[in-house]
Design a protein around this ligand. Structure first.
Ligand code: TXA
Ligand code: MG
Length: 335
């Protein structure tokens, strides 16, 4: 059995030690969990198929679900693809380093296990200083999905990774809570027009301002084809049953749960009359940036409170809330 070590990398001594250990493990074909500005990733050398297979095994991830490859800069991204359209160039200039993953036709040297046998690879230059340092010092491209068991909530703190992967991975670099809190936006640039595969911290509107119209099939609509397994329903769910209630319905719904003798907590972006803020009523930021930062952490915490139900107040319909509504719908899906 592996014993998981957690190294606090918030100070410079811890950072040096953590990086040294992480680089050694990665070069030997092992896996390491590390913080990015979105969520924690579970990284392995993207050019080493056995190392990447290890990620799939540890996560219990279906082999049909490709992983994102993290690189230190756009130059190294270009070395992994056979085409680098102008759209990629200007998106990289504007959003990298940052929470945008671009899908492009892959070179042969990207192993099939990374891309689930497909002809394209998703690439991202993360902004988190620990992720950047790890990429620079290891001089590896890192295949890294979120550092959770398949279908579980993504981790935004080292303790979430530990809760899910304890003794399944050798090392977690603990960089505290991630600042973004939600996964990157995934956009497919291998087709024309480009297509949004997963809404994320960067909104489709921000992308369109730069490259013009993109297709949005992978957002709130049900996709007709499974273009990206991130579109699978119930992909980011707590163990506790979660339901979404419209603000106008919520009091009636809570009274019903009360009558059934169920223990529940409420999460909302807005104050709700008659509900004092506390352990049973959690008020997250009223804007999408603040809400995103704390959303998964709140669900992780509530998942350990022995509740029968988590009730989340439905979010506004505007595009700023698109990614959060998408994750909320998946977390609540009954199947
Ligand atoms: O913010 C993030 O993106 C985090 C951090 C660690 O970078 N990573 C992450 O990875 O969320 P993961 O594996 O949990 O989600 C990757 C998503 C999945 O929806 C996957 O299907 C999609 O990206 N994806 C990866 N490669 C793809 C490809 N070649 N074509 C289409 N979709 C792809
Ligand atoms: Mg994931």
């Amino acid at each position: 059995m592996t014993t998981t070590r957690v190294v606090d990398v918030s100070g410079s001594a811890g950072l040096q030690q953590g990086l040294r250990e992480a680089v050694r493990i990665l070069r030997e074909g092992g896996v390491v969990a590390f913080p990015t500005e979105t969520v924690y990733g579970l990284g392995a050398d993207a050019r080493n198929p056995d190392a990447v297979r290890e990620i799939f095994r540890i996560k219990g991830r279906p082999a049909v679900n490709p992983v994102i490859v993290h690189v230190p800069d756009a130059q190294l991204a270009r070395e992994l693809v056979t085409a680098w359209p102008r759209q990629a160039e200007i998106l990289a200039e504007r959003f990298w380093p940052g929470p945008l993953s671009m899908v492009l036709p892959k070179k042969n040297e990207v192993p099939d296990v990374v891309t689930a046998g497909g002809p394209t690879v998703a690439l991202r230059v993360p902004a988190h200083p620990v992720a950047r340092a790890l990429l620079c010092e290891s001089r590896l491209a890192l295949a890294a999905p979120s550092a959770n068991r398949s279908c579980h909530l993504s981790p935004t703190r080292a303790e979430h990774v530990l809760g899910d992967l304890r003794d399944r991975i050798p090392l977690i670099l603990d960089g505290g809570q991630t600042s973004g809190g939600l996964e990157s936006t995934v956009v497919d640039l291998s087709r024309d027009p480009p297509r949004l595969l997963r809404p994320g911290l960067i909104s489709p509107g921000e992308i369109e301002q730069i490259i013009g119209p993109i297709q949005r099939g992978g957002s709130e609509d049900r996709p007709s084809v499974l273009a990206s397994p991130g579109l699978l329903e119930r992909h980011y769910a707590p163990r506790t049953l979660l339901e979404v209630a419209e603000p106008a319905e919520i009091h009636r719904r809570l009274a019903e749960l009360d009558r059934q003798g169920l223990r529940f907590a409420v999460v909302s972006h807005q104050a709700l009359e008659g509900l004092p803020v506390g352990d049973r009523f959690i008020l997250l930021g009223g804007d999408p940036v603040a809400y995103s930062r704390d959303f998964y952490a709140t669900l992780h915490w509530l998942d350990h409170q022995g509740l029968d139900r988590i009730v989340v107040c439905q979010l506004p319909a505007g595009e700023d809330w698109l990614a959060l509504r998408d994750r909320l719908r998946r977390a609540a899906h009954p199947g």
